[in-house]
Design a protein around this ligand. Structure first.
Ligand code: MD3
Ligand code: FE
Length: 203
């Protein structure tokens, strides 16, 4: 199903199901080369969400700030390249959301275990806000908080489940958003975790 939840924001429930097996084996290969790690925010806090990246650029945070970097700082190697299946999934979802020719440079991969959360924030480290962000949810369900342009806008809550894909473009591209602390549970395929992929065009 396809639901418009804000101007430029489209929720495609179950869109990733046909890609499930290939997607998960591609993820396992990425994580072998670039394991999940807990980044430190510029404020000195360790994030409860663990992260890694695939693509020509990866998002990183350290005490000096946030940036996109072609090199994994933990290994000194480039991030694992974006597998074809991920690229195709992102491009076809973007097309469903009305964005043709989406070619992501970065795929940020977030891992949540029960209790992990992502506080309300804007995604502003990209230079190109005209391109959408495509997100893919896998594993345990999560409550997604979707605010507005101001931090003080009261967020709406959406339950994101395994296979749900969303396209965030237009005005919604700069809306505040976050993930409520993950509830405990066990997912049939991924176990006790939630994985979220966000595909981004950076420059
Ligand atoms: C709305 N990730 O990585 S995905 C992030 O589930 C991030 O891990 C969350 O926020 C997660 O930055 C949420 C949905 C999402 C992603 C990016 C957006 C919604 C968005 C950018 C603008 C507006
Ligand atoms: Fe975000």
């Amino acid at each position: 199903t396809r639901e418009t939840i804000a101007e430029g924001a489209v929720l495609l429930r179950g869109f990733a199901w046909p890609f499930e097996a290939e997607l998960i084996s591609a993820l396992r290969a990425i994580v072998k080369q670039a394991p999940f790690r807990h980044l430190i925010t510029p404020g000195g806090h360790r994030m409860s969400v663990a992260m890694t990246n695939s693509g020509s650029l990866g998002w990183v945070s350290d005490p000096s700030g946030y940036r996109y970097d072609p090199i994994d700082p933990d290994s000194g190697n480039p991030w694992p390249p974006l597998p074809d299946v991920l690229c195709k999934l992102a491009a076809s979802a973007a097309e469903q959301g009305g964005f043709n020719g989406f070619a992501p440079e970065a795929c940020l991969i977030n891992r949540y275990v029960p209790g992990a959360k992502l506080s309300l924030h804007q995604d502003k480290d990209e230079l190109d806000y005209a391109a959408p962000i495509v997100s893919v949810s896998l594993g345990l369900p999560a409550i997604f908080l979707f605010g507005g342009l101001k931090r003080s806008d009261t967020p709406r809550r959406y339950r994101l489940e395994h296979g749900d894909v969303a396209v965030w473009g237009g005005p919604s591209r700069l809306f505040y958003h976050g993930i409520a602390p993950l509830a405990d549970g066990e997912h049939g395929v991924l176990g006790r975790q939630r994985i979220n992929l966000t595909f981004r065009k950076v420059r």
